[in-house]
Design a protein around this ligand. Structure first.
Ligand SMILES: [Zn+2]
Length: 612
């Protein structure tokens, strides 16, 4: 262990062959040497740590080598190569534009450019982070770039290609360096470990490779860090401990808890994570990625996107079978939403805990989607814990109610939504696993029964699937604002303000879109407060009132559910409407004014007023 040399330096590639993960670029560069068609300016773009500067140096060395090998690599023996390898070569000039970005810096460089090299044939100027040059410096540089002396090769490197002005771009041969794949990095680390006589577990190197995020340089320095921490024996456990990475196991365990609706285990696992010193936000983003990885495993087409070690991959495949696609979608959505709200949340821990509870609840919700029949029953026993809710839901699922089926047909758009997701395995085994594929039970009757019940479509159908799922959304919103609300499968007695009512009302109107007349009528008539929880809508005629009254039950159920307020009441009364004007165009408003007061028209005509 004594005198361990930093791998990033020791294993820095010194010829094209040893450059990792940029095969097409090294090939092209070699080819240009072979055909002796060197450009005078190159632009190397790509993320940090992927080998831009390394390639630039190798290229500079190779084009100055007096004895290039048959494979068009530098010989490493000639005077120039030796000078390069000892970092003494005068043929290479590196300028870090991040710290030397003034016009004067560039002028110095331009002055140097004129001097021909004493050894070798080319002076290579590497300008790193070239996008950092000031615009004045850019302009000063442009002329030299346009007509550089024959012996000069510029290699500009940048992590931000989009910041390079077109006049520069057009003068350069551009190379795009890729982020290096996890697999490639891992293999390289294996190679380094072997050379250094270090035994390393496959999954440990995999974690390092992942952590490096496509940058070889980072991977090697993380590797060094682990070596100095755990000696010549690198294990998966020591690696995750040292890197402060959460064990996959934790995510698998919590997923198990989610699937069985075991919210207390989920909370305890999360507590454990926090006790280990992890940030809640780190945990939740990791959880979202975990669900994403599980989702990827559901489809053979995307399985290659999974970048984990062999053993863990098996575990993912196995676990993915337990989760339905719908569950994963919803979970990702919840986790992602919590992540988005994390920064602004006043109670970050609670925010994450609520997200976990919501995920725990997904399956029971899927069940309750199947048995949306009796909101009243749910109303009657507002359960306070998730468990109680689950039991209630289970009981309801036991007896299949025809209403459910009608619900399903009434929401064809939702059905389409669910069906879009690719999930062959699931449709094959809709009922095999009661806990995990429950959402499919919702789907199946939909297709079968859509025809036979289509004529019933107009009648009231209870809480629709769409409504439920939307109220789930509402729930997450409420969650994220930090208001503690756990169970939503029943209707509560929430307060609401005008804005909320308006929102819900418009949503209801939206559900009547297929009837344009009703739709616009609803939009134009907002419920007005009469008494506490008592709302009225003033309608113009008895005919309209009758029509609306016929649907009042449906309307009420929708509103109560959406508002989560079972006390909400609405009635229609005949009278002069006040709200008509809300949704009128300017032209319509004017016509109304003219109707009320003909003088307005005169005034308008006289003054020749018109809408623009
Ligand atoms: Zn040489």
């Amino acid at each position: 262990m004594d005198n361990y040399i930093v791998s990033a330096r020791k294993y820095r590639p010194d010829n094209f062959e040893s450059v990792v993960g940029q095969d097409s670029i090294t090939k092209t560069l070699k080819n240009s040497i072979k055909t002796n068609q060197l450009a005078q300016a190159y632009l190397f773009c790509g993320p940090r740590g992927v080998g831009k500067t390394t390639c630039a140096r190798i290229f500079a060395k190779t084009i100055n080598c007096s004895n290039v090998t048959a494979d068009f690599e530098a010989c490493n023996e000639c005077e120039s190569c030796v000078a390069f390898n000892k970092l003494r070569s005068l043929n290479i000039h590196e300028l870090d534009a991040a710290s030397n970005n003034s016009v004067d810096d560039i002028r110095n460089l331009i002055d140097q450019v004129r001097i021909p090299p004493q050894l070798g044939s080319y002076s290579v100027y590497i300008i790193d982070e070239v996008h950092m040059l000031s615009s004045a410096a850019f302009n000063a540089f442009l002329k030299t770039l346009e007509e550089p002396p024959k012996h000069v090769v510029f290699i500009l490197a940048t992590t931000e290609k989009h910041k390079i002005i077109p006049t520069i771009l057009s003068r350069c041969q551009i190379f795009d360096f890729n982020r290096i794949g996890v697999e490639v990095i891992r293999e390289r680390l294996e190679f380094v470990a072997e050379k250094e006589n270090i035994s390393a577990e496959h999954d440990a190197l995999q974690i390092i490779a992942q952590k490096a995020d496509g940058a070889m340089r980072d991977a090697l320095s993380i590797f060094d860090q682990i070596v100095s921490f755990s000696g010549k024996d690198i294990t998966y456990q020591s690696t995750i401990k040292n890197l402060n990475v959460l064990d996959y196991e934790i995510y698998f365990n919590i997923t198990n808890a989610f699937l069985s609706g075991d919210y207390s285990s989920a909370l305890l696992i999360f507590d454990d994570v926090i006790k280990k010193g992890f940030e809640p936000s780190y945990f939740i983003t990791g959880l979202a990625s975990h669900f994403r990885d599980l989702l990827i495993c559901k489809d053979p087409g995307t399985i290659d996107l999974l970048e984990v070690g062999k053993k863990i991959k098996e575990k993912y495949l196995e676990h993915a079978q337990l989760c339905s696609v719908a569950f994963l979608f919803k979970s990702i959505e919840i986790a992602n939403k919590a992540d988005l709200n994390y920064k602004t949340s006043q109670n970050k821990r609670l925010l994450i805990e609520l997200a976990l509870l919501s995920i725990c609840n997904i399956d029971s919700k899927a069940l309750s989607e199947n048995s949306t029949a009796s909101p009243q029953a749910q109303q009657a026993k507002p359960s306070t814990t998730v468990e109680q809710t689950k039991t209630a839901v289970d009981q309801e699922t036991a007896s299949e109610k025809p209403e459910t089926i009608i619900n399903a047909t009434q929401q064809p758009e939702k059905a389409a939504e669910v069906k879009e997701t690719p999930k062959e395995e699931e449709t094959k085994e809709p009922n095999k696993n009661e806990t995990t594929s429950t959402n499919l039970i919702v789907e199946t009757p939909k297709q079968e029964s859509s025809k036979e019940v289509s004529d019933k479509k107009a009648t009231y159908t209870g809480i629709s699937i769409k409504n439920l799922s939307e109220s789930n959304n509402t729930k997450v919103e409420i969650d994220s604002s930090g208001e503690p609300k756990i169970s939503y499968s029943h209707i509560g007695t929430d307060g609401f303000d005008d804005a909320k009512l308006k929102y819900v009302w418009e949503k209801y109107a939206e559900s009547k879109r297929e009837n344009p007349r009703l739709y616009s009528f609803l939009l134009a008539h907002l419920p007005e407060k009469n008494n506490e929880n008592q709302y009225v809508i003033v309608v113009e005629s008895n005919l309209i009132k009758e029509k609306l009254d016929a649907e009042l039950n449906e309307t009420l159920k929708f509103l109560k559910t959406e508002l989560n307020n079972r006390d909400f009441e609405l009635s229609y009364i005949i009278g002069e409407t006040k709200q008509e004007k809300t949704f009128k165009s300017d032209q319509e408003k004017l016509e109304d004014m003219i109707k009320e007061n003909p003088e307005v028209k005169k005034l308008r005509d006289q003054l020749n007023l018109d809408f623009e």
